[in-house]
Design a protein around this ligand. Structure first.
Ligand code: AGP
Length: 606
């Protein structure tokens, strides 16, 4: 996904645009660019790589113009280089774009036939020439309207015009876009995070809408070019500027913030006085729900899978989980008595949003568990459960994962309790243990013991396995994903009981294998699976919880013991060493931990 910024001001904008782009780099960072309007001309400067490379260009330093747009790119069409970087400009129009134009090949053919010359391999460039072509016969609103109707696919656009030196146009379909309001200037941004340092007054465009941003006012239009009114939201200003502080990386900070994340969630959702759950105004009666389907991508999908075990343990509900990019194209049999839950940190993941949209179109009950409460998924769900973990910048999700599974666990307790599946006494016991969880996470974080040393073995290996059963299996998947996305080495999460059905053939002498075997109901079985891999030469890193009874096995390479608590909550603690393993592996490799290659913080394209 890409980052977009636009500023229409009464003072030069290039420096502010560059600073905003730096805040947007978590959305995409393989190239960057800026375009401003000055002395009746469009000035465009672009560079490969980080925004710093753009900033070093002396021409950017001296860039004039009080109207401008900027962009950081996560490549979808065309190599990540300065030619394919945005903005894309003709003599009269300059465009920044987040999304995918699915009919760009056809449009390019038509425009080349009209004599337009293309410079890049991108789909975005067709938008520039299409608007330029339409401006020959229409005014700006009709040119925009006509252009948008010809585009198939998704877009968030920022557009400036040589002959309209007092405005910026923004347009949205399928990719988020926000307008911000400042003193004698107004802004366009791909999300509120980009605008927060300049304003907390925000308006979100909905799909099909476009806007004309002047320095002293903003007009909004629907897809037919009819003027509409839009609400101005006051953003929560308690989230001060989010910086790394003393940490080397945002990810390191976000791992350490997890006790606070859990405290925030418990404070929000647990009534510690009456020992009850603060989830009210659920818009459906419990007898209207007999099953629940949880949907997400990546780490958010692992949260869904983790919660399946809790829902099955604590309620009589039938529970299904699905990966959003699979769900959206599956021949689904929608059921009125199913609650569809969408889990997403950013609330903007295209596949998850599309799955939600499909459920909405079929009149289903929808609920979302998100971190960004102003996001599209939150706005379009009937019921929203924010995780309140604060801004998460590191592309590899850590505190948001713990925040997601906390809220899902609490939701499972709520459903179990209101449906009569969970006795009051049992609920009260579990809530008591839950209140102690932040402290246990704090203690587990403090035992930063062997994990730094073992990380080199993972770095030197061809690949590794992460094994777990039951509650530990989703955590094994999450630990493998962390290692993959941060240190770029293959790692596979697998059900421990499944190894003998094929993957055992992968085990060779010295291969590092993480085995999650807390003293829960699956302990003995997992230990036998562990012995099967040790017998074939694996170097096993056993992650278990503290206990008085001896571990019934030998030849274990290393053992890490997390704090002990009730079985439900062990997954929270087992996650910590796995996050640190991935972090230290990447640190030793010298990789960019907050911005791993090829990835983006929120994937707002298919
Ligand atoms: C997690 O470490 C990854 N960055 C990625 O799998 C992420 O969880 C996924 O893209 C879903 O993002 P979302 O939670 O914002 O929807």
């Amino acid at each position: 996904m890409c980052g977009i910024i636009g500023i229409n001001s009464n003072k030069p904008v290039s420096a502010t645009i560059i600073n905003s782009l730096k805040k947007l780099e978590y959305r995409g960072y393989d190239s960057a660019g800026i375009a401003t309007l000055s002395s009746g001309l469009i000035n465009e400067i672009k560079s490969e790589g980080r925004v710093d490379n753009l900033e070093k260009n002396s021409l950017v330093q001296s860039m004039q113009g009080t109207i401008g747009i900027g962009h950081v790119r996560w490549a979808t069409h065309g190599l990540p280089n300065s030619i394919n970087a945005h903005p894309h400009s003709s003599q009269n129009v300059s465009v920044v774009h987040n999304g995918i134009i699915e009919n760009s090949t056809l449009l390019k053919k038509f425009l080349v036939g009209k004599g337009h010359k293309f410079k890049s391999q991108t789909d975005t460039e067709v938008i520039v020439h299409l608007i330029t072509e339409n401006l020959k016969s229409d005014d700006i609103i009709n040119s925009i309207k006509k252009t948008l109707k010809s585009l198939h696919g998704s877009f968030a656009l920022g557009i400036i015009f040589k002959d309209q030196p007092d405005l910026i146009v923004g347009a949205r379909r399928g990719s988020p876009l926000a307008v911000g309001y400042g003193p004698n200037e107004n802004y366009l941004g791909s999300d509120s995070y980009a605008l927060k340092s300049m304003t907390n007054k925000i308006t979100y465009l909905n799909d099909g809408e476009f806007c004309i941003i002047k320095k002293d006012h903003v007009e909004f239009f629907n897809e037919d070019g009819v003027k509409i009114n839009k609400k101005i939201l006051q953003l929560s200003s308690e989230e001060k500027e989010y910086e790394k502080g003393d940490y080397k990386h945002f990810m390191a900070k976000e791992i350490e913030e997890q006790p606070i994340t859990l405290k925030n969630g418990i404070k929000e959702y647990i009534d510690t006085v009456n020992n009850d759950i603060n989830i009210y105004n659920i818009p459906w009666k419990q007898n209207e729900i007999s099953s629940i389907t949880l949907i997400g991508c990546g780490t958010a999908y692992h949260s869904c899978l983790m919660s399946k075990y809790w829902f099955e343990e604590l309620t009589s509900l039938e529970v299904n989980v699905d990966i959003a990019s699979e769900f959206r194209y599956r021949k689904n049999r929608f059921k009125k008595d199913t609650l569809y839950v969408f889990v997403s940190q950013s609330g903007e993941t295209a596949d998850t949003y599309a799955a939600l949209d499909l459920c909405n179109k079929n009149g289903m009950k929808t609920c979302s568990v998100v971190n960004v409460i102003e996001s599209s998924i939150a706005r379009d769900s009937e019921f929203v459960l924010p995780i309140h973990c604060g801004t998460e910048i590191g592309v590899a999700s850590t505190k948001a994962f713990l925040g997601q599974i906390l809220i899902l666990y609490i939701l499972a307790l709520k459903f179990g309790s209101v449906r009569g599946d969970l006795e009051k006494k049992e609920l009260s016991e579990k809530l008591k243990d839950l209140k102690n969880l932040p402290k246990l996470v704090e203690e587990t974080l403090a035992t930063d013991n062997k994990i730094q040393n073992v990380s080199s073995t993972f770095n030197e290996a061809k690949g590794s396995m992460f094994l777990g059963r039951g509650f530990s299996y989703p955590i094994a998947l999450e630990g493998a994903l962390k290692l993959k996305e941060l240190s770029y080495i293959h790692a596979e999460g697998y059900p421990a009981g499944e190894m003998k059905h094929g993957p055992l053939a992968l085990i060779e002498d010295g291969m590092p294998v993480v085995v999650l075997a807390p003293r829960d109901n699956y302990y003995k079985k997992t230990i036998s699976n562990m012995q099967e891999v040790i017998a074939r030469g694996a170097k096993v890193l056993l992650i278990t919880n503290k206990s008085s009874d001896e571990i019934i096995s030998e030849n274990i390479w290393e053992t890490i013991e997390v704090e002990s608590t009730n079985d439900d909550l062990l997954p929270f603690l087992l996650t910590i060493p796995l996050q640190k393993l991935a972090y230290y592996s990447a640190l030793k490799k010298g990789f960019d931990i907050d911005k791993p290659r090829n990835l983006a913080k929120s994937v707002t394209v298919e």
